[in-house]
Design a binder for this molecule. Structure first.
Ligand code: UTP
Length: 290
């Protein structure tokens, strides 16, 4: 019997250097896509998957993320006074339930593995999901829903993956497949940024994971890895030798907003998927490109 997944860790303590200078004074995770910040999409994705216990790993200069999920009394009062009830209701609806969001702090950005380790006491001894907010779900069921469904089938540990062209493997963490059953791939391990000639597959890891709590002990003793950072991949590789580990080939459309070009593309695609922008914005783009 697998323990249910209830919690999700969202690390937001990184420096976001690929999106400088915007990230000099704005957290990357608060960059808007159309009209919502990245973290809003990820929290909605977690809620849609039934995960209501949200743990943010924040850092210095990230206080605005905490404010985003709180009441904004002045703003709410002004909207109420002006009779803008629809807008007010949409803000209140998006707010997580009281007490469902917790924050812990990574005092220095020592790497993703270290950020996750900082959440160990809040997660405790149960399986948990991880979502990196610079990648967001587009059309489809949502990555976390897909991972939770897969977990209910096979248990153990899971990473979300998508197939990429061979020449792109050197940009990502890539899995080594052992056996494939439907959309689930049993893995022998993961490799960080392999050159195409040595890539063990074309399945790259998306920023969504579902892990067992034993990962924390492995992270605790982890040395610095690639880029001088404590890497989550290194500990997941050790866990892969000890417990079941699958990659889930996801159907959800991905928007990678961690780079400037990816963020621009996400804005265009998400705006074209919105009924309130589709027509006007589509016509504008057609005109521009004619
Ligand atoms: P990235 O790998 O995109 O790193 O982190 P980054 O520092 O944010 O951005 P670049 O590469 O310099 O442009 C993926 C997620 O993990 C968090 C980030 O905030 C982001 O949400 N993270 C990363 C941490 O919380 N702590 C870290 O030490 C590193």
């Amino acid at each position: 019997m697998t323990k249910p997944v209830r919690k999700i860790v969202i690390p937001v303590a990184g420096l976001g250097t690929r999106v400088l200078p915007a990230t000099k004074s704005i957290a990357k995770e608060l960059l808007p896509v159309v009209d919502r910040p990245l973290i809003d999409y990820v929290v909605a994705e977690a809620k849609a998957a039934g995960l209501e216990d949200i743990i943010f790993v924040t850092g210095r200069g990230k206080g605005a993320i905490e404010d985003y999920f709180d009441h904004s009394f002045e703003l709410e009062a002004t909207l109420r006074d002006k009779g803008k009830t629809e807008l007010l209701d949409s803000l209140l609806d998006a707010k997580p339930a009281a007490g469902s969001v917790s924050y812990t702090r990574q005092q220095a950005p020592l790497g993703l593995g270290h950020a996750i380790w900082c959440a160990r006491n809040l997660v405790g001894n149960e399986p948990f999901a991880i979502a990196l907010p610079d990648e967001i779900s587009g059309r489809g069921p949502g990555f976390i829903t897909e991972l939770v469904n897969a977990y209910n089938e096979v248990g153990g540990n899971l990473v979300a993956v998508e197939e990429v062209p061979l020449e792109e493997t050197s940009k990502y963490g890539v899995i080594s497949p052992r056996e494939t059953k439907g959309n689930l791939i049993e893995m022998t391990g993961m490799v960080e940024k392999p050159a195409p000639e040595v890539a063990p597959s074309r399945y790259r890891i998306i920023g969504r994971y579902l892990l067992q709590p034993e990962i924390f002990d492995l992270l605790a003793s982890q040395e610095k890895g690639a880029g001088g950072e404590i890497q989550l991949t290194d500990s997941m590789n050790v866990l892969n030798n000890e417990q079941a580990f699958h990659a889930c080939v996801c159907q959800t459309q991905i928007h990678d907003c961690g780079s400037k070009l990816g963020w621009l593309k996400a804005n265009v695609e998400m705006a074209l998927d919105r009924p309130d922008f589709k027509e006007d914005f589509g016509a504008f783009l057609k005109n521009k490109l004619a």
